[in-house]
Design a protein around this ligand. Structure first.
Ligand SMILES: Cc1ncc(COP(=O)(O)O)c(C=O)c1O
Length: 391
């Protein structure tokens, strides 16, 4: 047997996948499991996007593209960011990636040295912990706390900043809390990043999934921020294209030059016909996106109300993404125990908050990217299971 490299010790298997695999196994055994653990939309990709991929294949677009992505897609992304996000990007300032997953990896590989520190939220999508560790850098976590509505605490950030701090990672709307950082928080973050001369990585993958009139703001649109920000975004969540693996990084050309050096040795380029479909997603799929957003909002409103009516359980109303972070502290059990209990007793799969970092203890994450009817059923089952636990 060959041992994995020492570097791999920083790469555990994801806690979300563990739960998903258990739930899927139970389902295969014939049990009626409701999947509220999955961080992917339940909708099919909009037809107009699928058609664009078929057309592209028909036209014979089956070859490598430029490492940076096709000129047409880069131009479409630059135009979208200029119009929708109020940051004027040129096509040269866009790198097409294999999802935000790759964008994260490339940003850290290209711009963080071993021993340098990266400020990362807690709880967080764990790539932001394990990728820096993989490169010998140090993720330094800052807390997102329910009693602050999960808004970033600037005093804590200041206290955790040292001369080794190189990068600040933010994620809004955020996984796993569903929180949108307010404009006021973003303005404070911008001042902070400029004062400490930090690179900001802004993960905006859930940008269009915002509810109740909430507006998404890109931190790169604030004065003096474009020059130090790598904006990561992609098609997975908002267009229901998780399996297509398409995303992008937007940043000044000097950043793009660094990112592409990593990208060229991992992926060469994103798939040619998927890039063609990406153009159509940006230009023609907005009505489909808004229909999905409307349905997510309906599910969110139902589930949050139902959860808050359960004895001993509570959650705040998330403004974005498709997650609810549920406070289970009064049950007197760990989040892993509660997630296991729900799966065993109610056949509802959730993710323990600790799969997203230490601040997740006392919480479970529910995804409402499953049908309204299944959510209604899940809430009824959970209500019964919690009542039995308390009895
Ligand atoms: C915050 C965040 N960023 C990135 C991703 C992955 O994005 P992609 O499919 O574009 O790699 C996820 C997926 O769960 C996520 O929650």
């Amino acid at each position: 047997m060959f041992d994995t490299s020492k570097r791999m010790e920083a790469l555990p298997f994801s806690g979300i996948r563990v739960m998903m695999e258990r739930a899927t196994r139970m389902q295969k055994e014939g049990q009626d499991v409701i999947h509220m653990e999955i961080g992917r939309p339940d909708f099919d990709t909009p037809e107009v996007i699928k058609k664009a991929a078929y057309d592209s294949l028909e036209k014979g677009h089956v070859f490598y593209t430029s490492n940076y992505g096709t000129p047409e897609l880069r131009a479409a992304i630059a135009e979208k960011l200029t119009k929708e996000n109020n940051v004027a990007y040129a096509p040269e300032e866009i790198l097409v990636t294999i999802g935000v997953g790759e964008g994260t990896y490339a940003s850290i590989a290209a711009f963080v040295n071993p021993g340098e520190e990266v400020l990362v939220p807690n709880p967080v999508w764990l790539n932001y912990i394990h990728v820096p560790e993989f490169f010998g850098a140090v993720p330094v976590t800052y807390s997102l706390k329910e009693d602050r509505n999960y808004q970033i605490d600037m005093d804590e950030l200041e206290a955790k900043t040292t001369e080794k701090t190189r990068m600040l990672v933010i994620n809004t709307p955020g996984n796993p809390t569903g929180t949108v950082q307010s404009l006021e928080t973003l303005q404070k973050l911008a001042d902070f990043a400029k004062r400490h001369d930090l690179i900001v990585v802004s993960d905006e993958i859930y940008e269009k999934l915002v509810y109740g009139g909430t507006k998404h703001v890109s931190i790169a649109s604030l004065p003096g921020m474009k020059e130090r920000t790598i904006t990561l975004n992609g098609f997975s969540k908002c267009y229901s294209m998780t399996g297509w693996r398409l995303g992008y990084a937007a940043a000044p050309v000097e950043f793009i030059k660094g990112l592409v050096r990593v990208h060229q040795y991992i992926n060469t380029c994103a798939s040619s016909f998927v890039q063609d479909a990406g153009i159509v997603a940006l230009k023609e799929a907005e009505p489909d996106v808004q229909a999905m957003v409307k349905e997510y909002e309906r599910r969110r409103n139902y589930a949050v109300k139902a959860l808050n009516e359960m004895d001993g359980i509570s959650c705040r109303m998330p403004e974005g993404a498709f997650y609810i972070f549920v406070n289970i502290k009064s049950l007197g059990k760990t989040s892993a125990e509660v997630a296991d209990y729900l799966l065993d007793e109610a056949k509802v799969a959730t993710v323990p908050g600790t799969a997203f970092g230490t601040e997740g203890e006392g919480y479970i994450r529910l995804s409402y990217a499953c049908s309204y009817e299944r959510i209604v059923e899940a809430m009824a089952r959970m209500k019964k299971a919690f009542a039995e636990l308390k009895a």
